[in-house]
Design a binder for this molecule. Sequence first.
Ligand SMILES: Nc1ncnc2c1ncn2[C@@H]1O[C@H](COP(=O)(O)OP(=O)(O)O)[C@@H](O)[C@H]1O
Ligand SMILES: N[C@@H](CC(=O)OP(=O)(O)O)C(=O)O
Length: 444
Amino acid sequence: MPVIKIGGSIQKDERDFELIAKRIERYADQKGKTVVVTSALKGVTNGLIEATENREKAVEIVSEIYDRHVKLLSKVSEGAEFENAFKALSKLADELFRIAWSIKVLDETSMRVRDYILSFGERMASVTLSAMLRARKIDAEAYTEPVIVTDDSFGEANVIEDLSAMEARKVLDTKSKIVVVPGFIGKTQTNRYTTVGRGGSDYTATLLAKLLGFPEVRLITEVPGIMTADPRKFSGARTISRLTLEEAMELAQMGAKRLHPRTFEPMLDRDIKVYIEGLYDEGFTLVQGGCNSLDKLKGIAVLEDLKLISVESTNIVGKIGSAARVMETAREAGVNIISLSQPASETTIHIVVDSMNSRRLTSRLQELRDLDSVRVEDVSAVSVVGCGLRNKDLFKEVLREASSFELASISRGLRNVSVTFLTSKDEGFNLAKDLHEVVVKWIN
Ligand SMILES: Nc1ncnc2c1ncn2[C@@H]1O[C@H](COP(=O)(O)OP(=O)(O)O)[C@@H](O)[C@H]1O
Ligand SMILES: N[C@@H](CC(=O)OP(=O)(O)O)C(=O)O
């Protein structure tokens, strides 16, 4: 029994829906249940975020989003299927319009309201997608409420697995063979809508497979699998045919294919196969199992828009708690540390954070006593991923290539299947290009 996830990138128009229907039919279980997890239509989540930020235009924006769903619905369904889905969409839209008006009038939102607004993207998509399937005489129905339970960390909520397992099982009680459920969103124990973070539908799909005991997940998207690099930026990028679980986790963590960083976590203690496959091209990546001697290099990933903050002082040398003080400052500022290091001389503590939040942290660090200086530089992190990095010769080859660039640091990732180089923002792309060539030479 499969979980099939339909990405937002492939939900643009009726031509996409035609292909999606065929793909769902291809994989749907003939006897048992098939769960289809849907993302919001392409661009809808971004549109809803804009509504929460540009509140003066909130009503206009949600009205465009509603019209887009109705227009698509009218192209992919007719008769009773259209009527029923239209009613369901309009009911959701009424609720959405009311909130849009409120935030416009109050000119205020909170993360909780933001998540509530974002939930409509996936909920409306569930209605539209299942109506399209029913119009093709496929036995499907929509589930418009969240199927997972989370805490109340709005914007990046944490899943509560045992409660989610109970909630997810309700999906199996539906009458139809195929049930279309919203990805990305959850609800708290007091029934407030939450979201699990951008790209979260991939995570919903693998999590449901774990919670429901389904052995297979198909993440259907616009690219033919996870590729050696982002194909939009690297013209020589190729599809990776197989990734081990640790390789996939490292790539997801670094943002490859804009996967949610937790996408592969549910596979850790379960035997689940995950396929990432293209809707338009037949290519795919299979994620399964661990490293073996055939696994060499698989891909690169680049994180841009980072700041390297170097805290320098002779006063921190040999003082227990110096690093803790820096970390504590980051915690107080609510800033996530992406990477950290300190030379054995202990004279500097380097931390890497997202550019967006860096000012909040640097100003607090500058207020700390005893520090000589707090330097800030624009950097990129370029990672190479592959089990082959455990092999000395391959690792040396990667290091040799990287050594022609000025590197601020080198660090190893999960079970040594990745290596990350920190370099200046200006050098990032060239370093990535050169390392990508090494990867393509060794990919099998
Ligand atoms: N290593 C990679 N392999 C494939 N795609 C990648 C990679 N890195 C970045 N991407 C980008 O991810 C995009 C697909 O992600 P996304 O738009 O979130 O898909 P979906 O909406 O189907 O989940 C592609 O358009 C591609 O540009
Ligand atoms: N719609 C959400 C969740 C998601 O997973 O979307 P997509 O499948 O398009 O990456 C987002 O844009 O973040």
